[in-house]
Write a protein that binds this ligand. Structure first.
Ligand code: PPS
Length: 571
């Protein structure tokens, strides 16, 4: 096992001439636009990363994989790799049909010759493959299975036409055969893989270095850049961090290569899967830790898998995997000796220093010190670039309330105050202004209001992502739509919902635009509060009253709230 088989692994691509011809034929076939996960899966299917799979799983293979981690050939395979599609699409595809698989730009990457079409029992899949007997949506893969993946699976062999194009870090991406060729060329015979989805700090550098030394092997840092756990540090930042750590290893012993895998966070099964994928890439050893590819806590606050489950399952199937497991030794910093040591070798009474992931995120968010014993200054610089302190991150303030409640007035006052403070660009997306420039074709039906609010949410999420402040001031009468906007924005920064709670009576009394009168006379239809609903926010971050209060005071309340959330400094 410790001698890699470095002859080329079978790929599913046809040669260039056939590809050209097939592409023309495929133009006539029904086509499926691949999701991000399917793109990742297809790439590894085609380049041999998922060998011995020859396509998306058939129903018999799927059943074997879900129940026993075996393909119908008997080969070990722990993870369903399936083409999930919508019901409508599935209904139009009879087994025996060839379909063109396209990337998001419409480029045809492969042809799938559909042999099987079936509706999976997702609950069963969730329990067997991911949830350790449970169907708990707190598991990202179970959530994906139920809420993102299509309801019907198509299976069959793949004919590869071309790989997906990547514009980022091209020189660092290697197919299994490219890596095998590299190892051959370098004369590397024993190579240990380090799988990761996190930035590397000193403890990881120490442990990988030791693992490689103990296995008398070269080291391949093989991070996943396809899809990892929602909320992880983005791969652009991570790759810059890995590059910074590379020269901390003795030269010419260590290599960095990026793996475009869509992780499922399936713990033990995922560890076995990672091992097979590494074998296909020509590796002989892999570091497997406690809680390898763990999904975090379940909805009861407990771990999905036992701490050693991944190592146990890996060990059990090691011969079939074809890669030797190297134990992941937890490394800790011992203050007295100012060095890292394996935790289980440190004597009692020694002072151990550690910074947890949560603590690290807090320090980054709040711009606090990250000590040199913990990480490399170059890594910290990269992380700080993408996680600026809270008072330099983007955020959105979303005012909601009846027409004439004072949303725009308060938002305008707030905008001026924020601009006076400076530091971040401020954009006001006022209801009326948006309707003039972004949504001029829309009316006030529920459907149109929802489209309008989702557009505002999208623009605000882009502003937030890029470090700006978005102030939104639409009526936004529906709670579900406001929630959807919140979700869209919270991936990138804070979202502050402010309910401008002026009563209908007061808005009507003010009737600043004369619209309430027209609405009462029936001359304006579907008018919020009169002939159309307004769902009062149940848990806004802030509720402001405007009756008998001046605008400046209301804006001040928002500022104080922003300060208490660490989003601005009031100096
Ligand atoms: S929504 O529900 O969030 O899409 O509405 P919004 O984009 O904020 O637009 C509200 C402004 O449009 C004017 N207007 C109406 N409002 C409510 N219902 C009906 N039928 C309607 N027709 C026109 C009104 O001036 C609102 O402005 P504000 O600033 O809220 O008073």
């Amino acid at each position: 096992m410790s001698q890699p088989n470095l002859v080329p692994i079978p790929e599913l691509y046809v040669n260039a001439d056939s590809a050209q011809k097939l592409k023309v034929d495929a133009g006539e076939m029904p086509s499926w636009d691949l999701t991000q996960r399917q793109m990742c899966d297809l790439e590894l299917l085609m380049n041999g990363g998922f060998y011995p799979l020859k396509g998306f799983l058939t129903e018999a293979d799927y059943d074997g994989v879900v129940n026993d981690m075996r393909l119908s050939s008997g080969a070990l395979w722990p993870m369903p790799v399936t083409l999930d599609v919508s019901e409508e699409f599935a209904a139009s595809i009879e087994p025996g049909t060839d379909i063109a698989l396209r990337d998001p730009e419409g480029v045809i990457l492969a042809i799938l010759s559909v042999t099987d079409r079936w509706t999976p029992n997702k609950k069963h899949e969730a329990e067997k493959v991911f949830g350790n007997g449970t169907d708990d949506l707190a598991h990202p893969a179970i959530n994906y299975l139920h809420n993102v993946a299509g309801p019907v699976y198509l299976g069959g062999p793949i004919t590869g036409i071309q790989p997906p194009t990547h514009y980022d870090f091209r020189a660092r991406r290697d197919t299994p055969n490219e890596l095998r060729a590299f190892f051959r060329k370098m004369g590397w015979r024993r190579i240990v893989a380090f799988q990761t989805r996190n930035p590397l700090h000193r403890a990881h550098q120490e442990l990988t270095f030791r693992a490689a030394r103990e296995a008398q092997a070269n080291l391949l840092i093989h991070p996943v850049v396809g899809m990892t756990k929602p909320g992880d540090v983005d791969h652009f930042t991570r790759v810059r961090c890995y590059e910074a750590v590379l020269d901390k290893y003795p030269s010419a012993t260590t290599h960095l290569s990026l793996l475009n895998l869509a992780m499922r966070m399936a713990g033990p099964r995922e560890a076995v899967w990672h091992g097979i994928i590494r074998r296909n890439h020509g590796l002989t050893h892999m570091i497997v830790g406690r809680d390898h590819a763990g999904p975090g806590k379940n909805s009861q606050g407990q771990d999905f898998y036992g701490p050693y489950d991944a190592q146990e399952l890996f060990r059990k199937h090691q011969a079939d995997i074809g890669v030797e497991m190297v134990d992941f030794k937890q490394m800790v910093y011992v203050q007295e000796r100012a060095q890292y040591e394996p935790r289980d070798e440190v004597e009692e009474g020694a002072t151990i220093l550690d910074i947890s992931g949560t603590e690290l995120r807090r320090r980054l968010r709040e711009g606090l010190e990250i000590p040199e014993w913990f990480s490399f200054p170059e890594v910290v610089t990269q992380l700080r670039r993408t996680s600026p302190a809270r008072d330099r991150q983007g955020f959105t303030v979303f005012f909601t309330g009846l027409s004439g409640s004072g949303k725009s007035t308060i938002a305008n006052a707030l905008m001026v105050k924020l601009m006076e403070m400076g530091g971040r660009p401020v954009t006001l997306l006022d209801g009326d202004v948006v309707r003039k420039h972004l949504s001029s074709e829309l009316g006030f039906s529920k459907e149109h209001r929802d489209i309008n609010i989702m557009r505002i949410g999208y623009v605000a999420s882009e502003i937030t992502k890029n470090g700006g402040i978005a102030l939104c001031a639409p009526i936004a009468p529906y709670a579900a739509t406001r929630r959807a906007v919140r979700q869209m924005i919270e991936q990138y920064g804070a979202f502050l919902e402010v309910h401008v709670a002026t009563s209908l009576e007061e808005c009507e009394r003010r009737d600043r635009k004369g619209l309430y009168k027209l609405a009462r006379e029936g001359k304006i239809k579907e008018f919020t509060g009169i002939s159309d609903p307004y769902e009062i926010p149940e848990n806004p971050e802030l509720r402001v009253q405007t009756e008998g209060v001046d605008v400046d005071y209301a804006a001040q309340q928002v500022l104080l709230k922003l300060e208490s959330m660490g989003l601005i400094g009031l100096g």
